[in-house]
Design a protein. Structure first.
Lengths: 251, 251
DNA sequence: GTCAACACTTTGTCCTGACATAAACGACGG
DNA sequence: CCGTCGTTTATGTCAGGACAAAGTGTTGAC
């Protein structure tokens, strides 16, 4: 390891002690900015924590907490006795669970949603079990057809416990389900998915404007919020010719 | 919220101050044991941190760090002014990235691997780019056929930079690639995957002992270790009739 | 009776200080 | 020339204290 000193010096940034934003977070945000803007070079080493603390005028625990935050997000790596390094930007933990609607919107395609069914009903057994609900619990059940750039892309069946969120047709047509959940304070924090493949039946093909025997991606998902409450169950099929899952896994 | 006090009391456990295992980790492990064994009930509230610290004979920062550790793993939730609660066991962050071999072994099926190709070669452009290697970097390139319970399941093409790990046929036949990477100190910590579907060509069908037009799951993956170094690239196809991806996502 | 203000509990933030320990370096001796 | 043993340097762990802020419940005024 090169002992020629740190390759990147964190400038004395202005910290605002009157701000409600915690100091450690101000430090972390500033560091991340400096890294993303290239002032602190990828692969470079940071100063040691004691110096950093002195120069920024905060205590070492505060610096440690800021660094820790960035380590958890995959921006920095620490090695005892060696120092703290900036890792390659490719390896960053995603900040939130993505949903199809978000993905499409982000990639520049114009998502459109057609709500085919929207009703309150008793949760089917497998849904109740997946979400951890009572047998006779009520869920909002919906079936939607999702278009991207005008072409049908997916058939989506979803269930959301009624007491989590009242859902209306017009909401679902303009925004994604995850966006609505987040707005209601039930942001999905964890989800298990099963992704498989099969060929389309005649009925599915007709809805998706594809041919019978066309390859389909299937996905069933259960999502929980931060407190462990089941907030969404979904069973989707996608036209494989027009969609593939892109996902980031991390430990 | 119920103010009747905590529903679960952490017993005074024996902490070993001579042990090299950090105190906060001893506390966290003990707590997790108590939660998993049901002594501390799911949904219950913990004592407040100050009491806990006093009773266990450690400082509050140590308790906080232990709790923090479990919060990050999804075992506990904290709410300022309220307390710390135990969340449902279903919502736990997975501890490590899984690979097909591990998954099969864990689910009781007997994985077997037939190595069809194993050679050192220049990295193809798309592989070099995905792993962040120089253009003329060398990789170990392998093509393997994976069986579960005697039936062919997947065709797997993988590349690993040569300086990461020397790979031998006999290693690959007895163990999974990820296990070998972990043993060599390059444990994958983050990966991006693209999962799609298509139908089998005649050649693929013959290798997989399936029929032409059978649905296939396709997956391409790039994996990085903790320091951001690209350690594995893979392009796999699976028989959809015998396999589906099961994955856990978390923020 | 209703609603606002206050008190209390609990986690969140931040500080100072100290010692432990892993990794890398360099000097020394074989 | 090479390995060994300390030295240096950096992060890791832990203590104890102080105050801030968010939720909850209670009290009191109207």
């Amino acid at each position: 390891m090169d002992r020629s000193g740190p390759t990147g010096l964190v400038p004395e940034v202005g910290l605002d002690r009157t701000s409600p934003v915690p100091l450690y977070f101000q430090v972390a945000s500033r560091m991340q900015q400096l890294i993303e803007s290239g002032v602190l070079p990828v692969g470079g080493r940071l100063e040691n924590e004691v110096e950093l603390a002195e120069r920024l005028g905060v205590s070492r625990p505060t610096i440690r907490r800021a660094v820790q935050y960035l380590v958890e997000r995959g921006v920095l790596v620490r090695k005892r006795g060696v120092g703290t390094q900036i890792v390659h930007p490719k390896v960053r933990r995603p900040v939130e669970l993505s949903s199809l609607y978000d993905d499409l919107a982000k990639s520049g395609q114009k998502p459109r949603t057609q709500v085919r069914t929207l009703e309150v009903r008793h949760a089917p057994d497998h849904v109740a079990e997946a979400l951890g609900l009572d047998e006779n619990a009520q869920v909002t059940w919906m079936e939607r057809l999702r278009f991207a750039d005008g072409e049908p892309l997916a058939i989506m069946q979803n269930a959301v416990p009624v007491d989590v969120l009242p859902l209306r047709c017009e909401d679902l047509e303009g925004r994604g389900l995850y966006e609505l959940l987040r707005a209601a304070g039930y942001a999905p924090r964890m989800a298990t998915q099963v992704v498989g493949a099969r060929v389309a039946t005649a009925a599915e093909a007709s809805v998706l404007e594809d041919v019978r025997g066309a390859p389909l991606l299937t996905m069933t998902r259960t999502a929980w919020d931060a407190s462990g409450r089941g907030v969404e169950y979904g069973s989707h099929i996608y036209r494989a010719s027009r969609y593939a899952f892109e996902l980031t896994l991390s430990t």
